[in-house]
Design a protein around this ligand. Sequence first.
Ligand code: DAK
Length: 264
Amino acid sequence: MEYILYEQKDAVGVLTINREKALNALNSQVLDELSEALDAVDLATVRCLILTGAGEKSFVAGADIGEMSTLTKAEGEAFGKKGNDVFLKLENFPVPVIAAINGFALGGGCEISMSCDIRICSDNAMFGQPEVGLGITPGFGGTQRLARIVGPGMAKQLIYTARNIKADEALRIGLVNAVYPQAELMDEAMKLASTIAGNAPIAVRNCKKAINEGLQVSIDEAVVIEEKLFGDCFESYDQKEGMANFLRKKDDPAKVKKVAFKNE
Ligand code: DAK
C-alpha cells in the first residue's frame, strides 16, 4: 500500500495514514487503502487499534480539496459514500479504535477521528469543520457525530463559524479525552490500547456494540441490546476465569493474579 502503514505490537494494531506531503489529506486512494487495511487486521490476535497520521504536523488535514474541486454532483456523492463507508467500518470495527491525533484534524480529519471510539491528541492538535468556508457541508458524518459528541449547540457553533479550535478547547468541550506533549502521544496511546487489550476481549467488543447500538435507539430498546450482549459473555472461558479469579482472590489474597484472557 502506498498511503497506509500497518504494524502490530502484541495485541495492538497501529494504522498510520502516510501521506505526509499533503498533511495526510484523504483522497480516494487513501480511503480505499484504509478500507483494505481494516479488512486485513487479524482479529484473532488484535484487541485494540490505534489510528494516527504520519509526521508531527498533521493527523489528517481533511478530504483532498484538489481531488474534490472538480467533482460533479454525482461524483461528489460517490466520494461521500466512499468516505462514509470507511468511516462506518471504523466506527463498527469489532475492537476499539483509538485516534491518536498528532496535529491538524480538520474537516474529514476531525470526522475520521470522531468515527473512532476514543480521541487523544498532542498539544499542537487543531480541530475544526471548515467546510462552510469551502462552499460545502461536512460530508463524512461531521454534522451527525460532532453533535452527538459535544452536543448540538457547540457543534452548530463550530460548524456554522468554521472556526478551528486548539487542543485545550477540544479537551474542555469533550471532543478529546486527553492532551499530551507531542513526543508522548504514541506512548500514551499504546498504554491506553494495552490496558484495553488486557481486558476480556469478548466483553470489550460487546461493550462497544452495546454503546454504539444503544445510542441509536430509545432507552427501552437500548437496555434490551445490553441484556443480550451481557448474556452473550456467559459460558465463555474469559467470563468463567475472570469471575473465578475474583473468588480465589477473596479466598486467599496471595492468589491474586492478572487473568490471561483468551478471547474465548
Ligand atoms: N487537501 C489537499 N491537500 C492539502 C490539504 C487538503 N485538505 N491540506 C493541506 N494540503 C496540502 C497543501 O496543498 C500543501 O501541498 P503542496 O502545496 O506542498 O503541494 C501541503 O499539504 C502543506 O500544506 P500547507 O502548505 O497549506 O501547510 P500550512 O502549514 O501552511 O497550512 C493547513 C496547514 C492545514 C492550515 C492548511 O494546509 C489548510 O488549511 N488545509 C486545508 C484544511 C481544510 O480546509 N480541510 C478541510 C477540507 S474539506 C463530502 C466528503 C467529504 C467532505 C465534504 C463533503 N462529500 C462528498 C459529501 C470533507 C471535506 C473536507 O475535509
